[in-house]
Design a binder for this molecule. Structure first.
Ligand code: TGC
Length: 414
């Protein structure tokens, strides 16, 4: 016997298939806390910050550091899904959350701005993950608690000026000088290059290895880039010129032989790409919600815009894209929590979710009035700008196409 189709009061336009009910309990708790944080601490200010007015902070670094401290204090979110974090926090009460819960937090962060999600995912998914997986006990004890609490900031240096898509063509080197290592090279497009510790990938005589380089080390400098997108965040170039670091800076754990050792930095990228798959759903939701509410209240030709067929076509299209991306994120979370996720799954999800979110943001910009092009009136224009970066970074749309293409055909087209 089949169950009958119920007539509901009205389907929720922000959660059409009721997918929020599918979240595990820890994800609901984390979601609510992240939502509240964003509502109080970020949304009232984000348009101003994006415009470049960072008051009461004197500069971008101060602003990012204070935001990270708040995230640490109020949410304890950094690295929260790392299984062994409690051991390094010396906190028997600490319970790691599921990857789904972490993903949902990234969605709520990116609902506000991609730079907020980027701050969290570079700190947690790239940097803390790298230290947790490839670091020594000493490195973990020293850095994981500080990074978890947002008292210190980390960044992750892989990309180089000759091209981000082919990290195997790395020019940065680390060579031995007695017991020490000496770094030479340049990294670009690094979120929060002012960080207290940079995880830097370099070619050694034994293959590609990661190093922890502390702020202030002689021979290490950074410079921030001016940009017209991701404006509430910092992207930097890192320069290493005969930068001598102690032997203890090396991340000692290796899982692959030389020649196969790109797998270590790529495994960190997989974690960050996972955050993106969730995050962009938040940005798309923000755009759709704004376009929907505006269309319902804005009168054009004597009726609400939402009464026009063309508007409904676009709104339904956005809704469909978002629900689709949300289902993919949910499935991805379940695969990750079950320990059955492959980087190829993440690639298809990034390919899908980012492209759909970009299209939703573009449609929202079309549906909103012309002052969507100002900094102050709407949020969708900012998301539209930000999402183009998300499409390009952490593996371009084209790179993810070819990763999936290789997976299904067995042929490498890079
Ligand atoms: P390939 O032969 O495919 O792989 C070499 C080994 O690595 C394994 N592997 C991965 N493992 C975990 N996660 C992944 N995502 C992995 N991808 C590959 C692979 O299985 C293999 O191991 P084994 O044992 O099977 O041999 O290597 P390839 O040189 O052919 O590279 C392929 C390609 C193009 C997919 C890879 O290079 C790639 O993903 N390129 C894009 C790189 C990228 O996303 N760059 C952006 C970095 S963002 C940044 O640096 C700034 S940090 C972010 C910020 O600050 O905001």
């Amino acid at each position: 016997m089949t169950a009958s189709i119920v007539k509901m009061a009205r389907v929720n336009p922000m959660d059409y298939y009721g997918l929020e009910d599918e979240l595990p309990d820890d994800a609901k708790t984390v979601r609510d806390a992240a939502k509240e944080f964003v509502r109080k601490e970020i949304l009232p200010h984000i348009q101003r910050w994006d415009k470049g007015d960072l008051a009461p902070f004197n500069n971008h670094e101060e602003f990012v550091r204070e935001t990270a401290r708040k995230i640490g204090r109020q949410l304890g979110l950094f690295g929260i899904s790392l299984k062994n974090l409690g051991h390094y926090l010396d906190d028997p009460q600490f319970e790691p959350v599921s990857s789904t819960a972490y993903g949902v937090a990234m969605r709520e962060f990116e609902y506000a701005d991609s730079t907020l999600r980027s701050l969290a995912s570079v700190q947690s998914s790239l940097s803390m993950f790298a230290i947790d997986r490839y670091g020594s006990e000493e490195q973990k004890k020293r850095w994981l608690p500080l990074l978890h609490r947002g008292e210190k900031i980390a960044c992750f240096g892989l990309t180089e000026p000759q091209g981000g898509s082919d990290p195997g063509n790395m020019k940065t080197t680390a060579s031995r000088r007695g017991e020490a290592w000496v770094l030479n090279g340049t990294k670009v497009w690094i979120t929060n290059g002012f960080a207290d510790v940079a995880i830097v990938w370099a070619k050694t005589p034994d293959g590609i290895r990661g190093f922890l380089v502390e702020k202030g080390t002689p021979g290490f400098s950074h410079r921030s880039e001016e940009k017209w997108t991701f404006r509430a965040g910092i992207a930097s170039s890192l320069y290493f010129s005969n930068c001598e670091i102690p032997a203890s800076s090396l991340l000692p754990v290796t899982e692959s032989p030389p020649g196969k050792d790109l797998a270590a930095p790529l495994s960190c990228l997989s974690e960050a790409r996972y955050s993106i798959c969730w995050g962009v759903v938040g940005a798309a939701r923000a755009c759709y919600e704004e376009a929907l509410k505006t269309a319902q209240s804005r009168i054009m030709f004597e009726v609400p815009l939402a009464q026009k067929q063309e508007m409904q076509r676009k709104l339904v299209w956005c809704l469909n894209e978002i629900e689709n991306a949300q289902m993919v994120a949910l499935r991805l979370g379940r695969l990750k929590d079950a320990g059955r996720i492959s980087y190829a799954h993440i690639s298809l999800a990034k390919y899908n979710n980012v492209a759909r979110s970009c299209k939703v943001a573009r449609l929202a910009v079309e549906m909103l009035p012309a002052d969507v092009f100002t900094f102050d009136a709407y949020h969708s224009g900012r998301h539209f700008r930000n999402l183009e970066v998300v499409k390009k970074y952490e593996g371009t749309h084209e790179v993810h196409t070819l990763i999936v293409g290789r997976e299904i055909t067995g042929f490498n087209a890079f």
